[in-house]
Design a protein around this ligand. Structure first.
Ligand code: LMR
Length: 399
């Protein structure tokens, strides 16, 4: 009897996790992992935040049984997510017109949103930025959509291509779904300013676009409120947006898979119907979410002392990345790079879109044990005083 799996083709490795695996298998001393979007501390370690440690200590002292959570997750978590993402004074939240479900990280939140949208508008075209986080295309394709792109980055100028973006959104078929990065655009590190967001919102209204804000890095550009401000702009303009958010990065809880999807609806009654649909999607995918990570996040967000501690720890991560950006730009100059690399300090978030070619990125890995993505994306949040000199020397050598 032939195997039912004989037609399974060998899939290519994931462009991010595949490189991360290669890094793990590399036995060279001094290797540097700038491939995956993970913040690492001064010693090159993924930090366990003090606020997380404090809650875990409390949880360990009073262990609790783990019954199933509701399909939409821990209620106190969903409530605190709404306060964080939409602000404590959000009228939309107060009016009960935001439907929020706990999700498996930002990826899980986007998947739930994609499945919901496919039920509601199966024929719509999805547009992602060019370039975007590689998994956007995968998630929406698997949900059943045709995925296209809108211009976002001007490679020759190494800047945001805002005119191109706006033109492509204006030309999008009426009713398209547009995936936008709320802050810390992945991979380019170039965000829109408030005035530019205003223009995008106007086009979204004109073309009847469904907008989906992916916010995986809240707090890594300018601050928690500043990074989430765009959401208020959409709501104030009367646009019913979807928002995915993640606590992988800003709580350093990557492996716990803690995130949420929020859908802003017209009124409370519509939000109730949308929530019922989201619950169908979750139930059919993984039934209900896990307890641990969400319990930690909810406790930290709800307790003023822990919350202040978290904000301090997040600010320290943000500032350290900024300082490493400056050191990278300076270090490259000192290592003999003639090209102006000042753009590294104007990009925000965890990444620098370096402009290095695939071939240069391969040489970086092979000859220097410095791992970034083939697209030229480098995670500057992985730099530290011990590895920066090697990274600068290595980049200079391949340029
Ligand atoms: C990244 O872009 O490297 C991270 O968001 C990790 C991931 O899931 O791809």
């Amino acid at each position: 009897m032939s195997s039912p799996f004989s037609s399974a083709a060998l899939a290519p490795k994931d462009p991010i996790f595949g490189i991360n695996e290669q890094f793990a298998a590399d036995t060279r001393d001094g290797k540097v992992n700038m491939s995956i979007g993970m913040y690492m501390d001064e010693n090159g370690k993924v930090p366990l935040l003090q606020c997380v440690r404090a809650v875990e200590k409390m949880l360990a002292e009073t262990p609790k049984a783990r019954a199933y959570l509701p399909i939409d997750g821990l209620r106190v978590y969903d409530q605190n997510v709404q306060k964080l993402v939409f602000g404590v004074d959000s009228d939309a939240v107060k009016a009960g017109r935001v439907a929020t479900v706990q999700a498996l990280g930002g990826t899980g939140a986007i998947k739930v949103g994609a499945d919901l949208l496919h039920k509601l508008m199966p024929g719509a075209r999805v547009l992602v930025s060019d370039p975007t986080w590689g998994n956007h295309r995968g998630i929406f394709t698997q949900a059943g959509f045709q995925v296209g792109t809108y211009r976002y980055y001007h490679a020759a100028r190494r800047t945001l291509d805002f005119d191109g973006m706006l033109a492509d959104l204006r030309a999008a078929p009426v009713g398209s779904i547009v995936i936008l990065h709320a802050c810390c655009h992945n991979p380019t590190g170039y965000d829109l300013n408030a005035a530019q967001w205003g223009q995008v919102i106007e086009v979204a209204k004109e073309r009847g676009l469904t907008t989906f804000l992916d916010m995986a890095y809240q707090g890594f550009a300018d601050g928690i409120t500043e990074d989430g401000a765009v959401i208020g702009q959409f709501i104030a303009a009367g646009v019913n947006v979807l928002v995915s958010n993640s606590f992988s990065k800003n709580f350093s809880l990557y492996g716990e898979r803690v995130g949420a999807l929020s859908v802003v609806c017209t009124d409370k009654e519509e939000a109730g119907r949308v929530l019922s649909q989201l619950k169908l999607v979750v139930r059919a995918n993984y039934s209900n979410p896990p307890t641990h990570g969400a319990t930690i996040v909810a406790q930290v967000l709800a307790d003023p002392k822990l919350r202040a501690q978290w904000e301090g720890e997040l600010a320290a991560m943000r500032q350290r990345i900024k300082s490493m950006r400056q050191q990278l730009a300076d270090g490259l100059k000192a290592a003999g790079v003639k090209q102006d690399m000042g753009f590294i300090t104007t990009q925000v978030g965890m990444f620098s879109y370096s402009g290095l070619s695939k071939e240069q990125m391969q040489r970086l890995r092979q000859d220097h044990a410095v791992y970034g993505l083939d697209s030229g994306r480098l995670c500057v949040a992985a730099l530290n005083p011990h590895n920066i000199a090697h990274v600068c020397k290595s980049i200079a050598a391949v340029m």
